[in-house]
Design a protein around this ligand. Sequence first.
Ligand SMILES: Cc1cc2nc3c(=O)[nH]c(=O)nc-3n(C[C@H](O)[C@H](O)[C@H](O)COP(=O)(O)OP(=O)(O)OC[C@H]3O[C@@H](n4cnc5c(N)ncnc54)[C@H](O)[C@@H]3O)c2cc1C
Length: 391
Amino acid sequence: MSSKRTSEASDDFAEIRDGVRALCAKFPGEYWRALDRERAYPTEFVAALTEAGYLAALIPEEYGGSGLGIRAAAAILEEVQASGCNGAACHAQMYTMGTILRHGSDEQKATYLPDIAAGGLRLQAFGVTEPTSGTDTLSLRTTARREGDHYVINGQKIWTSRAEHSDLMLLLARTTPKEQAKKRTEGLSVFLVDMRLAQGTSISINPIRTMMNHATTQVFFDDLRVPAENLIGEEGQGFRYILSGMNAERILIAAECIGDAKWFINKASVYAKERSLFGRPIGQNQGVQFPIARAYAQMRAAELMVREAARLYEAGKDIGAEANMAKLLAADASWAAADMCVQTHGGFGFAEEYDVERKFRETRLYQVAPISTNMILSYLAEHVIGLPRSY
Ligand SMILES: Cc1cc2nc3c(=O)[nH]c(=O)nc-3n(C[C@H](O)[C@H](O)[C@H](O)COP(=O)(O)OP(=O)(O)OC[C@H]3O[C@@H](n4cnc5c(N)ncnc54)[C@H](O)[C@@H]3O)c2cc1C
C-alpha cells in the first residue's frame, strides 16, 4: 500500500516504525517459510528484536526498559506483522511482565525486571488455560498448596505458548477450593515459576503441533515446589491480577491484526497490478478492486478503534469495552483481508512461496485467542448494552 492515506494513519512513532521495518527486512518470507515447514522457533528474529530493545518497550526506565507507552508498543507489533514477520513468537515478552509491574512487590520488581529488560531472562509463558476448563477460567483445576515456605503445585495447562522458549512462567493456580472461596472470583493466585530448575522433573512440557508455527505446548506440574516469595500480590486475588493485564494484551494483539491486514492488502494490491489476464491487469476489474477496497476500509475503521483503546489506556481510563472492541474488529479485519488476499491471488494464494497461505493460517488464530469472539460479544452484550447475563 503506497497510498497517502495509509502513511497518514501510520506516521506516529515514525522513527520506531522505520527501525522495526529495517530489522524485519532482514527476515524475509524464505526465513519464515523454512521455519514454518519444521515448526521451528524463530530464534534469530527474537534475538534481534530483543537486542534492539523493542521487547523491553513497556518496562520503565528505572528497570532498564524504554519506558514507552502502549501506543508505541502497538506500533512496534503492528510493523512486525505488516512486514510479514510473526510477533506471536515473542509478543508476550513485552506484556507478561505487566503483572509483576502492577502487582509485584518492590523486591520482585528489582529482582526480575532489569534482567527481563536486558533480555537475559525470558518471561513469555503464560499458564492460564486448562484442557477441562477452557474459557471458564474460574473452574481451573491446577492447585497450589502451601507447605511451610513453599507452594506445591499440581495440575495441567494447555496452549501454554513459548514454554520451551521461556525461563519463567506466569501461572494461575487455585489456592482455595472453589466452594470455600469467599467470592466466586477469589481463591486463585498468580505465581512466577522458574521453569529452568524443574524441567524434566516436576515440570514436563509437550509441544502441540498446530496449523501454524506457534511453539505452543501442554505443561504438566507434578509436585512442583515454588518458593512462597514467588507469589505475586495477595493470595487468592490472582484472577483480578490476570484480568487487569488482559486489556493491554488485547490492544497489542489487535495492533498485530492491523499489521496483518495491512500486509494482506498490500500483497493483494501489488499482485492485482502485476497479474495480467485478458490483456489487462486483474486489478483493473472492479470485481477484484472492490474486495481490496472493502478490506482497506474495514482495516482503517478497526485501526481507529485500536488507537482509541490505546489512547484511553494511556490516559488511565477503564477500557474493558474499547479493548474488547479493538480486538474483535481488528481480528475480523485481518481475517477478512486474509480471505480477500487468497481470492485475489487465485491458485497462487495456496502456494507456499507467496507467503499468503502462511499468513492466512497465522492470522486465523486471533478469532480464538487470547479470547474468542463469542466471549467479547457476550461482554459487550452484558456489560455495555445491559442485556441479561448469559453464563
Ligand atoms: C495457538 C494458541 C495459543 C494459545 N496460547 C495461550 C497461552 O499462551 N496461554 C494460555 O493460557 N492460553 C493460550 N491459548 C488458549 C486460548 O486463550 C483459548 O484457546 C481460548 O481462550 C478459547 O478457549 P478454549 O480453547 O478452551 O475453548 P472453549 O472454552 O472450549 O470454547 C470453545 C468454543 O465455545 C465458545 N464458547 C464457550 N463458552 C461459551 C459461552 N458461554 N457463550 C458463547 N460461546 C461460548 C468459545 O467462544 C469457543 O468458540 C492459546 C490457544 C491457542 C489455540
